[in-house]
Design a protein around this ligand. Structure first.
Ligand code: GLU
Length: 475
């Protein structure tokens, strides 16, 4: 085994409920680490105390657990690492990498306005930056300074981004970043670097909204004499309207998809494909993803979320799941309808799985097996014509006989249906439709023999009796 271990991280800020765009930034580092025998670290970037919430952290943890993207390490919380940031800040101060700056907010604002008026890029002008031979102003009394990082003035910073290709930024473009505020709290870019160093992160795979932070972070890595990670900046995920997906424009929390009946395997498949490809493969398992995942095939342009495609992918995974797997997955949805599933559940899931694109839809199909039905009046009128009623009666009688003989299974039921059709000179749909409406509540279902076989014989008797006895007057 090599001494080098791939370590990736997902570093969400719990300032809103993570949505699918965010989760993709968890999936890729997870897949990369797991496909390389590495480790995936979870770090909660909760330094924005005003906007962070425990509820948002809970959605992160539940979402990752639901999708099977559990971290090997963490969650680390930045708020619990303050002492460490202070330690590293002291190190930077001692090394002369940072300097105190007393420029007030009002002065910064005035500076900004002057620069804008002169059509210059707004930036800190370096008043308090020590330079050889420069005399610094006298610090104003009683003012606590911020600490700025002395970015090299000359040269450039570059990295080989795994998505964007080589990126080079001139240092002259970067001003001196504040690494600690006047109250001593460290700033975002500084904490990220300390964490990525301490957590031995080898690959940073994150959204390209952080692209501008990377040159600044690379300078801090250099100051700490640490090897920077490999970077891959992922293009944005757009919503259906082509806008950047965000909570502000209606993106749903990831856990909403669990509640809407998506399978975690389908979500992983769909999200993996939203910005990464393996040839033309659209449907794949988690194992295949881990076999195939690489950074080379990350997409370079923005991906657009498409709910119809997600439903289609979900339907494919439902279809490919076993009855037993689906039984387990659908149980909470059946419970949510106030119904109690039983031992028939796996067989029922097998029977209906081809017709569903979510677990909610599957649970809905199961309702007639665990609840009473109210046949749709319109459909009853259409399908249960007086001409067909005697055939329904014949079938009911034949089915009662099967039940008595303990032959209640699909083959025997198919025989009884066939015999009834022959006796009454009817075609299958003429009999199957009204029977479905009576037993299932509506006219669509998989093959009638299998649909009936999974009902208790007494239930079928009782529902067909509505047509042959009481139903007559109603029609
Ligand atoms: N906390 C940042 C965010 O939620 C991510 C930082 C990073 O990945 O470096 O956007």
């Amino acid at each position: 085994m090599s001494a080098y271990t791939v370590r990736t991280r997902f570093a969400p800020s719990p300032t809103g409920f993570i949505h699918l765009g965010n989760v993709r930034s968890a999936l890729y580092p997870w897949a990369f680490a797991k496909s390389r025998g590495g480790q995936f670290v979870l770090r909660i970037e909760d330094t924005d105390v005003q906007r962070s919430s425990q509820a948002a952290v809970d959605v992160i943890l539940q979402g990752l657990q639901w999708l099977g993207l559990q971290p090997d390490e963490g969650p680390h919380h930045q708020m619990q690492r303050m002492a460490r940031y202070q330690e590293v800040l002291a190190q930077l101060k001692a090394g002369g990498w940072v300097y105190p700056c007393y420029t007030s907010v009002a002065e910064l604002e005035a500076m900004r306005e002057r620069q804008m008026a002169a059509k210059q890029k707004p930036r800190y002008d370096g008043t308090w930056r020590p330079e050889p031979g420069k005399t610094l102003p006298e610090p104003p009394p009683g003012v606590a300074p911020v600490w700025r990082f002395a970015t090299p003035r000359e040269g450039s910073v570059r990295w080989d981004d795994q998505v964007k290709g080589p990126v080079q930024v001139e240092n002259a473009e970067l001003d001196d970043l504040v690494v600690a505020r006047a109250d001593g709290t460290p700033t975002y870019n500084f904490c990220v670097v300390v964490d990525d160093v301490d957590m031995a992160i080898t690959h940073v795979i994150r959204g390209d909204d952080h692209l501008n932070n990377t040159p600044r972070q690379l300078h801090i890595f250099a100051a700490l004499q640490a090897t920077p990670p490999v970077y891959a900046h992922l293009p944005t995920v757009l919503n259906a309207n082509g806008e950047k997906m965000s909570k502000r424009n209606g993106a749903k929390a990831v856990t909403a998809y669990r509640d809407e009946g998506y399978l975690p395997e389908a979500m992983v498949n769909y999200l993996a494909r939203l910005g990464w490809s393996h040839g033309d493969d659209e449907i794949f398992s988690r194992q295949q993803l881990l076999q195939w995942f690489d950074l080379k095939h990350l997409g370079r342009s923005a991906a657009q979320f498409d709910e119809a495609k997600l439903r289609w992918v979900n339907a494919q995974h439902i279809k490919a799941s076993s009855g037993a797997e689906l039984a387990q997955a659908v149980t909470p949805f059946v419970h949510a309808m106030g119904l109690q599933p039983d031992a028939r559940l796996p067989a029922l899931c097998d029977l209906f799985k081809d017709r569903c694109d979510t677990l909610v839809a599957l649970a809905d199909w199961l309702r007639p097996y665990y609840d009473s039905v109210t046949p749709d009046a319109q459909q009853l009128a259409t399908h249960l014509t007086p001409a067909v009623q005697p055939a329904v009666h014949t079938l009911a009688t034949a089915l009662a006989q099967l039940a008595n003989e303990q032959r209640w299974h699909a083959e025997a039921i198919a025989q009884a249906i066939k015999a009834t059709l022959a006796e009454h000179g009817l075609k299958m749909p003429q009999l199957a439709m009204p029977v479905r409406v009576l037993v299932m509540g509506q006219a669509q279902s998989p093959s009638l023999d299998q649909t009936l076989a999974l009902h208790a014989p007494a239930t079928v008797q009782q529902r067909l009796a509505v047509a042959t006895i009481g139903g007559k007057t109603a029609l």
